[in-house]
Design a protein around this ligand. Sequence first.
Ligand SMILES: [Zn+2]
Length: 185
Amino acid sequence: MQNLPEINHCSPNLKAYWCAACKAHNTFDIKSSRTSNGTTWTYHCKACRFSMFNPSDVNPWEKGLFIFTVLAFLIAIPLGLICLVKGDTNSNSFSLALILAGFGAFVGPIAWMMNKYMKKWNVWRSAQRRKSPEQLTQEGMNHPFQPEYESSGDFTEWAQQFLTPEEVEQLHLKYGRGMFIPTDQ
Ligand SMILES: [Zn+2]
């Protein structure tokens, strides 16, 4: 805000990456890493290096994984118990119960982590929404971290979360040194 009055990083935006540690839409460094499934990108807060998340991306995953975990245990526990009572532990049903319980135990903590961060986001978002535009501006001005202009792809991606491509182009013209060619007087 102090360096870039166009963007308030303390104003909640569901589609923008958010740092749960700094409680703001701080600027980030995007890091790519190659896995067997292709390339994945992580967004690291410029203030604290914490990994940021996009609430609108995480929300459906959190709900889906949570439902999957509940269903897996709802099937696995009674099925496993029935097999145990019957002494039928070599059956396919018992194997299925073990596999489902295993999946649930693996996915459950991921869903729980997502839920934990989504809760922090929701608490912050509702608190911010109760504030007036003036209060939000004041908070943006006083936040310990102040985003700064950079002539980089990461900065452009950050700015595009809040502004249209044309407005981002204006930012580059306004702040980008060497990119702005003044007209002859
Ligand atoms: Zn941070």
